[in-house]
Design a binder for this molecule. Sequence first.
Ligand code: GDP
Length: 418
Amino acid sequence: MTTKAQQYLTHFRNIGIAAHIDAGKTTTTERILYYTGRTHNIGEVHDGAATMDWMEQERERGITITAAATTAKWKRSGTDEEYVVNIIDTPGHVDFTIEVERSMRVLDGAVAVFDSSQGVEPQSETVWRQADRYGVPRIAFSNKMDKTGASFELVLNDIKERLGAVAAPIQYPMGAESEFKGIIDIVRQRAHFYTNDLGTDIDETDVPAEYADKVAEIRAQLIEAAAEVDEDLMMMYLEGEEPSVEQLVAAIRKGTIEKRIFPVLCGSALKNKGVQLLLDAVIDYLPSPLEVPAIKGKIEDSEDTIEFPADPEGKLAALAFKIMADPYVGRLTFVRIYSGTLQSGSYVYNASKEKRERVGRLLKMHANSREEVTELKAGELGAVIGLKDAGTGNTLIGDGDDKVLLESIDVPEPVIKL
Ligand code: GDP
């Protein structure tokens, strides 16, 4: 049961974006930050050229995508519901396998980006296995549909054959390569044509007649896959009844979180509407912190473990997952709060180092700004200034609480060479 204090968490998504080098992770991340920033008037933009200026500027200042966790806000298209999307940076290079694993621990879901002209590449397989090990639910984005050689079928086949996953296309491309025009949302049976303007509203049209048969075929398979994870839907399926959009979304969401369905989207991150539709899918199909298993902690001197459900009113349990040196404020310790509330100026106990530490200031990192906050609540990610001893993978608990160590990643994995 969700208490009133936990209610905000239903509108939280803590995600990572994983990809083979060159598949488009940077572009996807930058565009997400751009469009989420834009809905909140962080950047005033009037024409197409300004997008690039904004990104260039950010690149020069070097803060946008270098933050280990960036907080963005997104209003689900077609609704007034606003969501907090925390994007956790997952290092893109295989040499940082241990860092990838560490970041896997702090995210609740991931977007796997593939290059539609390349299919599933070796490094994607590596990250995939890591995500499997940490039980991270995923959706896929078959990017670069506009590139020569792009094939959605190639990506779908590779996901099935190389990754052994049940690929469930929830979108279908209209055209490919230079003829790529947009996508069809299979669940809602609506077409979205890409545009050149920078609007965040997503215009829909009916499915063009030429795609009707293909969409009907894929949708039937999707309903069948969804029925496998949802009894009500199975009953309807057997009776030959058509599920509502809400029922279908809920069943696919359940299947995604249980890792029995793997929704696959397609498009182009470089073009307008590419990442907006991806963000909508993140909201629809990836879990909130309340929908993933609670993190466990090992009690000192015993074999017993204790669970920390995402609850701002629970005992403090946080994990430091990245230390960065900042030229202005010094040492930044990025933390994820699993349970309880971390207050600026308070004392915490670093259970890994067995040291009491004082929390200085707290920051939330946005695309082009930093926000100083007085507290970070369960489910939130941010940076702490002032922790002297905390290292990556350290557990922070309340000062005076019984000592526990959160499940973490202590054993380095061998570096995988491609
Ligand atoms: P990363 O290594 O995964 O971070 O990949 P980048 O985001 O840096 O993208 C690699 C290259 O692919 C860059 O030159 C991008 O401009 C290009 N790219 C990214 N997305 C798309 C896309 O949707 N279509 C096309 N044609 N190129 C893309």
